[in-house]
Design a protein around this ligand. Structure first.
Ligand code: FAD
Length: 398
């Protein structure tokens, strides 16, 4: 049962109060009481938990720190703690929030006009429309800067053609809410010729087709899609006016990278607390695993890694709140936390023996899900190369 294990043994979050605490408690209660009892079944069936996503909207959790009229401001710390708790419950749930709020909504909040913000942001927050962020392409992942999707200038708007791969929430046109996908495409013609811009594409529009990617072994309870666009007409009203180059897509990703670090803390917390509980209960050779020195040393190592992740995430978030966070520091947080989460997940999975690969023992799902956060929003290697560039002053990848 969650809560039996002290998941904050160094008191890193002991001083969290007020609105931050309220957001944190809401996310934790939602995760423990509404997500945990049902999520294995969704994961097993690779089904999208629409009702849980709607509940996140109703609870005001789909924010990722974006300020929205009518809602209590969500500080970067509150956003981080929410990310942590959602992923502690389940990685797909955390990713649904990350895609809907962190990527889609933030793109519009950062790059949209006042009218676009008024039209879309309240709906995205309340989960009255689903939001997706389409940057990656089948042939451009780490080098998405070389994206090939085109937006050709025509009378009254643009025609978009190309393909996007791995796009979360992009195949939800058939739901009651419907969906929008922020598509990043290279402009042909007009005053922005050659530049990358963002476009709000409604998923039901002619020429847009999205196929949910099947047979994933990670994050099975959120759908990612392969999108094909054939001359989709996007009116001028749907062009993100304040996006003028690839740097704007990067700005959005920079703002969400720390969120992925917090998700890693959530996964690691789930694995750590499960390992501690299991070691106390599982009896082999006539004594609980927890009574063996080597198991205690392993639990100590897991705790040490978990606390170092919590400290890193919190420290970088404080820099963010003070407007001092650099892109390299955000990369360092993602690099460190996702690496360590992977280690903790592997250690916990092993400690549970055969049960460690069964869904009902909680760790297996996190073990699989952590693989996706290791890769998305810039792989571990790409983060290392960004950090390496800042150390040496030399780019090893571009
Ligand atoms: P590649 O770029 O082909 O990389 C393959 C390997 O090569 C990696 O290990 C990489 O680190 C390494 N590599 C690449 N370049 C170099 C280099 N110069 N030097 C050394 N090593 C290198 N994208 C979106 O736009 N929207 C989404 O909502 C979204 N959601 C996702 C959800 C999931 C579950 C996943 C798996 C991906 C998602 N993505 C999304 C895409 C994600 O951002 C990319 O998968 C990621 O950026 C890596 O790109 P790639 O898969 O093409 O791998």
């Amino acid at each position: 049962v969650w809560g039996d294990v002290d998941a904050d043994p160094a008191g890193v979050f002991a001083d969290v109060t007020g609105a931050d605490r309220a957001y944190w408690d809401t996310a934790r209660t939602f995760g423990r009481e509404e997500v945990a009892p049902v999520i294995d079944d969704f994961w097993n069936r690779a089904d999208y938990p629409l009702e849980l996503a709607r509940r996140m909207g109703a609870l005001g959790l789909l924010r990722d720190g974006v300020d929205v009229d009518g809602y209590e401001p969500m500080t970067p710390l509150a956003a981080g703690l929410v990310n942590m708790e959602l992923s502690r419950a389940d990685g797909s749930i955390g990713t649904i929030c990350g895609v809907q709020a962190g990527l889609a909504m933030r793109s519009i909040a950062l790059c949209g006009t006042d009218e676009q913000i008024a039209q879309w942001v309240p709906k995205l927050v309340r989960a009255e429309v689903w939001g997706a962020f389409g940057l990656t392409e089948p042939t451009h992942g780490s080098d998405s800067v070389s994206l090939e999707t085109t937006a050709t200038r025509v009378d009254g708007g643009y025609r978009i053609s190309g393909e996007k791969k791995w796009i979360g929430n992009a195949s939800l046109a058939d739901t009651t809410e419907g969906g929008i996908t922020v598509i990043w495409a290279r402009v042909i013609g007009g005053e922005h010729d050659g530049n990358v811009r963002g476009f709000i594409v409604q998923q039901e529009w002619d020429g847009y087709s999205a196929t949910t990617i099947e047979n994933k072994l990670s994050l099975r309870a959120i759908w990612q899609a392969h999108i094909r666009m054939d001359a989709v007409f996007v009116p001028d009203s749907h062009v993100l006016e304040r996006s003028t180059s690839f740097k704007d897509a990067s700005r959005v990703l920079f703002a969400t990278r720390l969120g992925v670090a917090w998700s890693a803390v959530g996964h690691a917390t789930a694995c750590y607390e499960t390992a501690v509980q299991y070691a106390g209960q599982r009896v082999q050779f006539g004594r609980p695993l927890a009574k063996s020195q080597i198991v205690q040393e392993r639990l100590a190592r897991m705790q040490s890694e978990l606390v170092s992740m919590q400290l890193m995430a919190r420290h970088m978030t404080e820099r963010d709140a003070a407007g001092q966070l650099t892109p390299e520091q955000a990369s360092l947080a993602k690099f460190t936390c996702t690496r360590q989460a992977r280690q903790i997940a592997a250690n916990a999975r092993d400690l549970l023996g055969g049960n460690g690969i069964l869904l009902e023992h909680r760790v297996a799902r996190h073990f699989a899900d952590v693989e996706a956060i290791h890769t998305y929003e810039g792989t571990e290697t790409i983060q290392a190369l960004l950090i390496g560039r800042s150390i040496t002053g030399v780019s090893a990848f571009a």
